[in-house]
Ligand binder design. Structure first.
Ligand code: SDX
Length: 393
């Protein structure tokens, strides 16, 4: 990136690709999308604006934004048979399993634009994904509680549609809370891209084989579901609830984490790249404080999270290992306060990350010299040896 000092050879050797989309400085806690600091985008932009920026490289004019969202909103409605497919999933199915299946199924229902070498097909499927994935996620939630599905409405905004599909009912008009919409705009923006994390690298690797974009995105959903990755936001809330249910005090729990034999991790802490405070966590923590202080829910858990952070950040074990809160540490508290069950938190992460996955997939496909991904290994197995008949083994 212009302005970056020379890269050390070790870094260049491990880099899996070059990219112009997202810049992270893990030591300084810097995150930029196409050169714009995350702090400015989180506060001033809308999620659809940021999706446009990530995919096309520039912030849109009003005309470009209206045209972009108009196309997306007309692709929010699912094929009726896909809606019925969702009804056949068992209620206890994890939303990320259902979402991964739904995203792959989009490729089965929209077979007329799967050619990864055709720019019109790539554009159409990108818009279809941005329009339909929130509907798929909302239906995964509704299906898990046996509630009826609503239809999206083009007169509503992106986040408004998603919230109405998730919490609205056919019995009455869903009341949009502007504070909740703004909080979701910010949360989705903060999750929108994060260079070559596990799920984005998965999307690129699957895409490098010329698999269609729906299959590539579905693999990203699957990778993100892991508790060490996007699944951590659900694991943080379960961790806080467990501490509370067992009547553990924070110091005892931190002692458990520091005892390696316990195998207990402080979920929502640590990061492969950030060896400083995750800039996203800082912004989300501020929102958690604002949104939760006003409600009677989650105060106890928020107080616990704040005490956990304070205790860890004053403990050499965490300081020496450069373990700070990451993007997942506070998000679950907000999601739960807004009515989502913990099992649904990672689906929200996937909705935020979708434009980044699309932008990264398209960036890789735009490279005329790209090759299929083929990570290598260091072989540490047996040396060559001869076959033995079974009666001699
Ligand atoms: C995301 O890559 C991305 O950009 C991901 C993401 C994105 O936007 O896409 O930012 C989203 O996935 C955030 C991370 C969410 N996961 C969690 O919160 C799960 C808890 N965190 C850990 O599992 C861990 O920190 C990872 C997986 C996030 C990072 O793992 P690393 O880099 O392999 O950590 P490490 O092994 O280098 O850690 C060094 C030391 C080790 O101790 P020692 O062997 O040196 O004694 O720190 C310890 C680790 O055991 N450690 C932790 C810890 N994380 C690391 N100890 C307790 N609790 C933790 N959470």
């Amino acid at each position: 990136q212009t302005g970056v000092t020379t890269l050390d050879p070790g870094f260049v050797n491990t880099a899996s690709c070059t990219s112009a989309i997202t810049f992270i400085d893990g030591d300084k806690g810097i995150l930029q999308y196409r050169g714009y600091p995350i702090e400015q985008l989180a506060e001033k932009a809308t999620f659809i604006e940021v999706a446009y920026l990530l995919i096309y490289g520039e912030l849109p004019t009003q005309t470009q934004l209206d045209d972009f969202y108009g196309k997306i909103s007309r692709r929010m409605m699912l094929d009726e048979r896909l809606r019925e497919l969702y009804r056949s999933f068992p209620r206890g199915a994890h939303p990320m399993q259902v979402l991964a299946a739904g995203v792959t199924a989009l490729g089965a229902f929209h077979r007329d634009h799967l050619d990864v070498h055709n720019p019109e097909h790539v554009e159409e499927s990108s818009l279809r994904l941005l329009g339909s994935m929130p509907t798929l996620a909302a239906y995964a939630y509704k299906s898990s509680i046996g509630a009826p599905f609503l239809y999206p409405q083009t007169k509503l905004g992106y986040v408004e549609n998603y919230l109405r599909l998730s919490f609205g009912t056919p019995m009455e008009e869903y009341e949009i809370d502007p504070d909740v919409v703004r909080a979701f705009e910010t949360l989705f923006i903060l999750h929108a891209d994060h260079e070559q994390n596990a799920s984005t690298s998965t999307v690129r690797l699957v895409g490098s084989a010329d698999a269609n974009i729906y299959a590539s995105m579905s693999s990203g959903v699957a990778a993100l579901s892991g508790p060490l990755h996007g699944g951590a936001n659900q694991a943080v809330l379960e961790m806080l609830r467990e501490i509370s249910a067992e009547g553990l005090n924070i110091k005892d729990f931190v002692a458990q984490v520091k005892d390696k034999k316990s195998g207990v991790k402080l979920m929502g802490f640590g990061h492969r790249v950030y060896k400083n405070y995750d800039p996203r966590a800082k912004i989300i923590k501020g929102h958690a404080d604002t949104l939760l202080r006003g409600s009677d829910k989650n105060n106890h858990l928020l107080d616990m999270a704040l005490e956990l952070e304070q205790t860890a950040l004053s403990d050499d074990y965490f300081i020496e290992r450069k373990l700070y809160p990451n993007v997942d540490f506070y998000t679950g508290l907000i999601y739960e306060a807004m009515g989502f069950p913990a099992s649904h938190f990672t689906a929200l992460f996937a909705l935020g990350r979708l434009p980044g996955w699309i932008a990264q997939w398209r960036e890789q496909h735009a490279d005329p010299n790209r090759k299929i991904g083929r990570p290598r290994q260091i072989y540490v197995g047996e040396k060559e040896r001869d076959y033995l008949p079974i009666n001699e083994r």
